[in-house]
Structures are given as C-alpha cells and as structure tokens.
Design a protein around this ligand. Structure first.
Ligand code: NDP
Length: 322
C-alpha cells in the first residue's frame, strides 16, 4: 500500500477532505477543448495514489470519469489503497439543473466511474442551460433539493457548490436542509479570494482552490488565456528567490501558500514528476514575511471567467472580469 501524504480538512457534515488532490480537467488550448489522447489521466491518477494522494477531482463534463474510475479499480486491485480511503469528487453539469435530473445525472457519473458513491458531488456552475444552449433559469434551491436527495440516497457522501458567488451561496443557505460542505472556486496567487474565503469560514464551508496555478505558468493548459498583463509569473524574481531558500519549486511555494491559508487545492498534471512534486509540500512552512509577500501579489485576476455565459442572469462574477 501507499502512505497518505496530505492532512485532512474537517467538513461540516462529519466527513473529511484531503487537503491536496489531483485535478483531471485537461483544459482548453487555443484550438479549443483538449482531446483525451489515451490513458494519460488514468496513468496520472495511478501515479498520484502511489505518491500519497487520496483526493481526485473530476466532473461529468471533463470526460475523464472513466479513466479516474479505471485508475481507482487498478489501485484497489493492486492493494495500494481501499476505496473508502479515497475522496472522489464529481460535478453536476449545467444541463441537469432540474430537480428531477440531478440524481439521474449522478447515476450516470457513478456508472462512468464504476463506483457506488462519490465522496463529494458539486453543482459545477450556478448557470443552468438547456441542451440547445439557451438558459434554464431553474432556481438554485430546486437544483439543491436534487443534491440533497442524492445525499439521502447515499450516492454522494457530501454535497457542495462550485463557482457560486456569495449572494448565490446565501440563497442556498436560506433555503437548504443540508448545508453545502464545500465551495470549489478559482483561487491562486493572482486571485486570492480573501472576502469569499472569510465568508465561507464564517458559514462553516470549506473552500477548495481550483486552477491553483492560475496565470502563473505560461503555455500550460491552465495557463489562463484570460489573464494578461499584471499577472505574477513563474519566473518572477521574488518567487524564484523565495523558492530557492526553501529548496522547493515556485509551483510548490504556491501550493504551500494555499495550504497555509487553510483551503484545499487540486492541481492538475499528467506529468509523473509533477504529480510527485505537487504533493511534496508537507515538510516545510513559509515564514510570516514570505506569506505576507505572497499575499501582496493578489491582483484580482481571474483565469476561468465563464465569459461565454456573461449574459446569463445567473452569471456569478463581476462582468468586467470576462
Ligand atoms: P492548474 O492550475 O492545476 O494548472 C494545470 C497546468 O499546470 C498544466 O498545464 C500542468 O501541466 C501544469 N503543472 C502542474 N503542476 C506543475 C508543476 N509542478 N510545474 C510546472 N507545471 C505544472 O489548472 P486547472 O485549470 O487544470 O485546475 C486544476 C483542476 O481544478 C482541474 O484539473 C479541475 O479538476 C479543477 N477545475 C475546476 C473548475 C470548476 O469550474 N469547478 C474549473 C477549472 C478547474 P502538465 O499537466 O502538462 O504537467
């Protein structure tokens, strides 16, 4: 078996979330969505479990659920890990916001994953859409009723939200029976989400940082076409000097900073050496001065703006972002 590397964050429903997980969205390139080539995601998930990851993030829309499931089957078969030691997240896509569509959508994800349950099911975006692309303005509370039913049926141990803004979360809290356990949002050096983090902390909601590298890296799938001038980059002299002092890489410094802010993070990589590097961040601490320097780099720059939905009345972000 392999040894778990990341600490756990306690959720408001009694479950616990491994603080570092593996993302599995292959991202967008300038040519559009990147196509799955072969078994790259399955391989990355197998490397990750062997390296001590216990938390895997996927979504119906990524197309990676079958590879995530195959990797879990293989790791369990080899005796590296037991299913109950893993934390698997998937997400409800925008075209299934109708209350009665939620449980069937999750059953489709479970079939693709070949699992009996997921640990966390998230409403992927606060934006409902019909298959033809027009907006489905189902209110968020009725979608949430479907999420609560999924939890009641044991198909999802925990339920939560992604890309909801503060007032949209307030709407859920005002009408829910089961509180969201997690909010997954973009968070990185260039978008540190201070007020949303404080709000979630005050409501007992754990935050997971997606796109944890934001626009730090040039050229990668998550490089952030939307974030241009003003973004701190991986070759920034302050970051390079800081990483050198800890004998770590700049991406490791960024992930460590997120850990010290008390959020979970789900960096994506399909490169073995990076899979291992990204979880090798639990053997050091940043000094208060370095944390303050990193905090000072917050530029409010969003990488994933969902700009194609900017005309939806449910669009969650400041419209100037996209
Ligand atoms: P990330 O910030 O995780 O960046 C991924 C990119 O960084 C890839 O190009 C990867 O390259 C590269 N990379 C990873 N580690 C390193 C390293 N140590 N050194 C150098 N380069 C590195 O972006 P994502 O947008 O993928 O976000 C992470 C995950 O968050 C997604 O995969 C998905 O699971 C989730 N997500 C959720 C969203 C939501 O709406 N809820 C939206 C967006 C993401 P390579 O793979 O080639 O090694």
């Amino acid at each position: 078996g392999s040894v778990p590397k990341a600490p756990y964050l306690e959720l408001n429903d009694g479950h616990r979330l491994p603080q570092l997980g593996l993302g599995t969205w292959l991202g967008n390139s300038s040519q559009g969505r990147i196509k799955l080539q072969g078994h790259e995601v399955q391989q990355a998930v197998e490397w990750a479990i062997a390296a001590g990851y216990r938390h895997i993030d996927t979504a119906r829309v990524y197309g990676t659920e079958p590879q995530v499931g195959a990797a879990i089957r293989e790791a369990v078969r080899r005796g590296d890990v037991k299913r109950e030691d893993l934390f698997v997240t998937t997400k409800l896509w925008n075209d299934r916001h109708a209350r009665a569509a939620v449980v069937p959508a999750l059953r489709e994800s479970l079939a693709a994953l070949d699992l009996d349950y997921v640990d966390l099911y998230l409403v992927h975006w606060p934006i409902g859409q019909f298959p033809n692309g027009s907006y489905d303005l189902t209110d968020h509370i009725s979608t949430w009723r479907g999420m609560e039913e999924a939890r009641r049926l044991g198909l999802a141990r925990s339920i939560g939200l992604s890309n909801f803004n503060q007032s949209q979360i307030e709407g859920i809290l005002a009408g829910c029976e089961v509180k969201p356990a997690v909010l997954q949002v973009e968070m990185n050096l260039n978008l540190q989400q201070e007020s949303l983090r404080a709000y979630c902390a005050s409501r007992g909601i754990v935050v997971t940082a997606y796109t944890p590298f934001g626009s730090l890296l040039k050229g990668g799938a998550g490089a952030g076409a939307g974030a241009g001038a003003g973004a701190t980059r991986v070759d920034d002299p302050v970051l390079v000097e800081m990483a050198g002092r800890y004998n770590k890489t700049v991406p490791q410094i960024v992930l460590r900073y997120l850990m010290e802010l008390g959020v979970a993070a789900i960096p994506k990589t399909i490169t073995k050496q990076r899979v291992e590097q990204n979880i090798d961040i639990f053997d050091f601490h940043l000094t208060a001065a370095d944390r303050a320097a990193l905090r000072g780099l917050d530029a409010g720059l969003r990488t994933i703006a969902g700009g194609r939905w900017a005309d939806s009345p449910q669009y969650p972000f400041e419209r100037s972002d996209g």
